[in-house]
Design a protein around this ligand. Structure first.
Ligand SMILES: *Cc1c(COP(=O)(O)O)cnc(C)c1O
Length: 359
């Protein structure tokens, strides 16, 4: 408990009221009764021995969905990113990624700690960069320069406001990387949000990515699981890292079944989360002092500076009214819609935030 209090004091105060609207993250969804029933019915086996049918089914579905030859089930999205990096890169290699990307800011320094790779952070609006920025970052091959081996993009770009890379821009940066002999990786934690928002199928979005993964614990509502996809040779190597890192499972199909359930039932409904995000953004934009970024998917970012409050001050005030958001900078708040928040909850959150910014 002491460590929990150190890193999340706002959630460990016993006097806090129960949560009414949890906009902290789409990771906070709880598995539904129907999802748990699907988990109970899973045909499981020993994954390490290739015997878990529910995991095979999910991996086959994901390979087809992303248009790749093969797929591997992993416990988390972070492990997908790290194993992809370990598979694509050698120690001393350089990865090009947006400076605000998850692998830079939210994976405990994993690229350096595990693969020994360095990340060159690229700049650009809304968590994206363009082909010219990639070209400008390419180095002439020199003995004293780090080999540039991997380009990474996030679809959607989390810190970029949940923005969706347009297909043309995505293809353009991938082409520059491939022409330079690099490989390409897509962090598709919220890939299906991008697919639903843009109406572009996953296999088209990932067509020029050598590896791509999808997280099932964000808006898709599963308790754990992510699937990394790529060529057969890539997945073969990725499996070796899964084994080394202790990510090789036994009856993991009990969780894979939740992910397959999510593919069947929770993808199309992401459109509701996007609609709720737009309603939330419109409501917040009418509150004096708040500057709201236009949402493209289920993430709503807003700035509190004009209200004379820091992000943490506002988050703390509304937490005492049962509304939770996350803070991602001194004045930047993130509110995330998902399948456990309905329109009534959105309206309540707007009302509470309005009251607490003028209080
Ligand atoms: C959540 C997230 C991850 C990590 O996924 P986990 O399943 O939490 O490990 C990676 N990239 C992005 C963009 C994310 O939002």
């Amino acid at each position: 408990m002491a460590l929990a209090a150190k890193y999340a004091p706002h959630r460990t105060d016993p006097a806090l009221p129960p949560l009414r609207v949890n906009l902290y993250s789409d990771t906070q969804t709880k598995p539904s009764v129907a999802m748990k029933e699907a988990m109970m019915a899973a045909e499981v086996g020993d994954e390490q021995h290739g015997d878990d049918l529910a995991i095979h089914e999910l991996c086959d579905r994901m390979a087809a969905l992303t248009g790749k030859e093969a797929a591997v089930f992993l416990p988390s999205g972070t492990m997908c990113n790290q194993i992809a990096i370990l598979t694509h890169c050698r120690a001393g290699d350089e990865i090009l990624a947006h400076e605000l990307s998850h692998i830079v800011a939210n994976e405990g320094g994993g690229p350096g700690a595990l693969a020994g790779a360095v990340v060159l952070g690229l700049k650009g609006e809304r968590g994206q960069f363009d082909a010219d920025t990639v070209r400008a970052a390419l180095r002439e091959p020199r003995r004293n320069a780090p080999p540039q081996t991997l380009l990474e993009v996030e679809q959607t770009a989390n810190s970029g406001g949940g923005s969706v890379w347009p297909l043309e821009k995505l293809n353009a940066v991938m082409d520059v990387a491939h022409a330079a002999g690099m490989r390409t990786h897509m962090d598709g934690a919220r890939l299906m949000n991008a697919v639903v928002s843009a109406g572009v199928p996953a296999h088209e979005m990932a067509a020029r990515c050598d590896s791509v993964w999808l997280d099932f614990t964000k808006g898709l509502g599963a308790p754990l699981g992510a699937v990394l996809c790529g060529s057969e040779a890539f997945i073969d190597q990725a499996w070796r890292w899964k084994q080394r890192l202790g990510g090789s499972l036994r009856q993991g199909g009990i969780c894979a079944a939740a992910c397959t359930y999510a593919l069947d039932h929770n993808v199309a409904r992401l459109a509701e989360d996007h609609a709720n995000a737009r309603v939330l953004a419109r409501g917040l934009a009418q509150i004096p002092g708040l500057v709201v970024e236009e949402p493209e998917t289920n993430l709503v970012f807003f700035d509190t500076r004009g209200a004379g409050l820091t992000a943490d001050e506002l988050a703390d005030r509304i937490r005492w009214e049962g509304v939770q958001v996350s803070t991602v900078g001194k004045y930047r708040v993130r509110a995330c819609t998902h399948l456990d928040v309905d329109r009534v909850g959105i309206d309540l959150a707007i009302q509470v935030i309005r009251e607490k910014t003028s209080a």
